[in-house]
Design a protein around this ligand. Structure first.
Ligand code: DGY
Length: 321
C-alpha cells in the first residue's frame, strides 16, 4: 500500500514501513507543505504520516480519497487533526504517546531551572563582556529546592515532571486537572489536587501540561497572572495558545511574575512582538521532544501504527473519537 510522509523523519520508521512491504513517499521539501501541495501529494494514498503543523481536516482527507485508512501523527498532541472529520470518513487517527514523556519532562525541568536561575540571560550578559567581577546582587534567581510546583494537567508528562521535582528537588506538588481528582501521587509524593486558582496563588513554579482544546485556549491570561506570586516562574511545553502571549508579555514586563520558559508559542513560528526583547523569558522553538532517541522512537511508533492499521488491526495508539 502507499504511504505519504509529509516531512522527512528519522529513517528507522521509514525502513520499517518499507520492510512491511509498503511503498513510502517522503516529501522532498524541507518545510511544511502548502495546502495545495498537501492535497496533491496525498491523492490516492492509504496512509498519511503527518506532522503537528499539518492541518488535517476533511478537505485533505477527501483529497486523499476513500482508500485512506489512517493518519498517524508524529506527535503526542493531535490538535492539528479534525477527529470528527476522520470519524465520519472511518479514518483511524494515532499519536505517539509515552515514548516522549521523559524527554518533554526533562525539557520542562530545564526551562524551570533556566528561567528561575536566569541561565540564558547570564549567558548573554557574559558573552556581551558585561561581567566586571563577582558581585553580591548579580543576576539573582529563585531557588527550586523545597519550593512548590503547580502542575496544570496531571497526565503522563505532568506526572513525570512532578516526580522529578518531588524526588530530585524535594518540591511540594500541587496539581490541577479537570478530570483527575486524585492520584497515586497524593500518597507517593504528597501531591495535592487543588483548584486552578489555589494552584496559581500558592505555586513558585507553574508548569502547563494540558492539551489544546476550546476550553484550554488562554487558560492562562491576565486574571491568572494576577493571581500568581511575583516570584513565580511559568513554564509551557504543551501548546502555545494555552497561554495568552500578549498577557504573558505584559505580566513579564510589569514583573507580575518573575520569569517564564516557553517551548511552545501562541502563533508558531511567529513570536509575539516584544517577547524577544525582554530578559526574563527563556524561549525554545518547540523542541521539548527533540532528542535523538525520542525522535527515533516517535518514527518507529508512527510506523507501527500505520503497519497495524494497513493490516486491518487496531493500531496501538488509536485515538478514541
Ligand atoms: C508533541 O508530540 O505533541 C510535541 O509537541 C512534539 O514535540
Amino acid at each position: 500500500m502507499r504511504i505519504f510522509i509529509t516531512r522527512k523523519i528519522p529513517q528507522i520508521g521509514i525502513d520499517r514501513l518499507k520492510q512491511a512491504g509498503h511503498e513510502v513517499i517522503v516529501s522532498d521539501v524541507d518545510r511544511p507543505l502548502t495546502r495545495d501541495e498537501l492535497k496533491q501529494k496525498v491523492a490516492g494514498v492509504d496512509a498519511i504520516l503527518s506532522q503537528l503543523v499539518d492541518k488535517m481536516n476533511g478537505e485533505i482527507m477527501d483529497a486523499a480519497g476513500k482508500q485512506l485508512k489512517i493518519i498517524a501523527n508524529y506527535a503526542v498532541g493531535f490538535d492539528n487533526i479534525n477527529l470528527k472529520n476522520a470519524h465520519d470518513r472511518n479514518i483511524a487517527i494515532t499519536n505517539t504517546p509515552d515514548i516522549l514523556t521523559e524527554a518533554v519532562a526533562d525539557h520542562a525541568f530545564a526551562l524551570m531551572l533556566a528561567a528561575g536561575r536566569r541561565i540564558v540571560e547570564s549567558d548573554r550578559f557574559s558573552r556581551a563582556g558585561k561581567y566586571t567581577g563577582w558581585q553580591p546582587f548579580l543576576l539573582l534567581g529563585q531557588d527550586l529546592l523545597g519550593k512548590t510546583l503547580g502542575v496544570v494537567g496531571l497526565g503522563r508528562i505532568g506526572s513525570a515532571l512532578a516526580y522529578r521535582a518531588a524526588q530530585g528537588f524535594k518540591m511540594k506538588i500541587l496539581y490541577y486537572d479537570p478530570i483527575i481528582k486524585s492520584s497515586p501521587f497524593d500518597t507517593e509524593v504528597g501531591a495535592k489536587p487543588v483548584s486552578l486558582e489555589e494552584l496559581l496563588k500558592n505555586s513558585d513554579f507553574v508548569s502547563i501540561h494540558v492539551p489544546l482544546l476550546p476550553e484550554t485556549k488562554h487558560l492562562i491570561s491576565t486574571p491568572q497572572f494576577e493571581m500568581m506570586k511575583k516570584t513565580a516562574v511559568l513554564v509551557n511545553t504543551s501548546r502555545g495558545p494555552v497561554v495568552d502571549e500578549q498577557a504573558l508579555l505584559k505580566a513579564l514586563q510589569n514583573r507580575d511574575i518573575f520569569a517564564a520558559g516557553i517551548d511552545v508559542w501562541e502563533f508558531e513560528p511567529k513570536l509575539t512582538p516584544g517577547l524577544a526583547e525582554i530578559e526574563n523569558i527563556v524561549i525554545t522553538p518547540h523542541i521539548a521532544s527533540a532528542t535523538v532517541e525520542t525522535r527515533d522512537n516517535m518514527s518507529k511508533l508512527a510506523a507501527e501504527n500505520i503497519i497495524a492499521a494497513l493490516k486491518g488491526n487496531a493500531p496501538p495508539n488509536l485515538i478514541k473519537q
